[in-house]
Design a protein around this ligand. Sequence first.
Ligand SMILES: [Zn+2]
Length: 373
Amino acid sequence: MAPNNDDVAKDVAGLKISDKPEKPREGSAAVSAAGPEKGDRSISANHLGGDMWVVKPVPNAGNGAVALRKIARGERIMADVPLFVVPTTVNDVKTMQQIIALGLKKASKEQAREFLTLDNAHKVNGPLVGTASTNVHPMGGGGATEAGLFLAACRINHACVPNAQNKWRKDLGRMTVHAARDIAAGEEITLTYLPALFPWAERQTILKDHFGFKCACATCALPPGEKRDASDRRRKEINELDEKVGDGKRIVKNAEEMLHDAWRKLKLLREEGITDAWVSRAWHDAFQIAIANGDQARAKVFAERDYEATVACEGKDSPEAAQTMQWVKSPKAHPLYSGKLQWKQGVDKIPKDLSDEEFEKWLFRLPQEGLAN
Ligand SMILES: [Zn+2]
């Protein structure tokens, strides 16, 4: 099926191409409706995952990508080249058909056949455009002008708390997918197709409207009532905190409060079980708050954590990881750094003898008694 987390689908020429938001995630496109015939379809994709994963029927969602062995957090699950690329700006079905037909002509017979076995949630647009729009992933973030059909990545189903993260690696010309947490043998590999952490009701509507399926992931399967409400509340608050932490006007004036917001956002992400690109984004926010106020010690620690999270979701070879490593080595090289500001201190001020709990209090400038909740 389809792609991931950064994006609310937008209708382009009848194509559902998700449009990922600037930051956390790389989006994916489309999702297929789980038709009853899916489980019966011959599975032609079993060469794709090597000894790591296989395409097979999964509960409630037709076929999915299932781990054949334990996949450790940070392991690269795939690095997929596009079968064909479509511009996201084309707005008529006929042109799109021609682009796809040309792409398939260049592909091998097996690949073209495999493409035609994929789900089509938009049958009204015909087999080529419908299947493409159900399965393409945007190549890049919010403003992506192209989307690609990735035969391996499009096998990965959506979950509202996914265990993997995709990323279009322009430098490699490949869509990578990494394990965002440890994935057990036999567990389905998942990505999110959504650009934000919507509450349950909104998720159901968006997934149905844009991708044509009803989500039955573990989070959506929480019974109505206490547990579902708690998840909805966390998601709402994470989004609010994300806005607040992104407000540059507060970064010096309300620095301490903003750092506490970053702490709380990370805490809520942990509680919700989210381990994908949201986490590196949150560490990067904290890094920016520290360095904009002259605190190289905290900035270095935040950059280290951002680096760890970025490498896990994108690989050690990612340009973003290399950039983050620059801030680890020299936080003050960041353009937001000013040595004149209120928290000015050098990297030598990272405390060495604190317990983990004391260190976290120091890191986020929490009061000794902690913060409420
Ligand atoms: Zn769900």
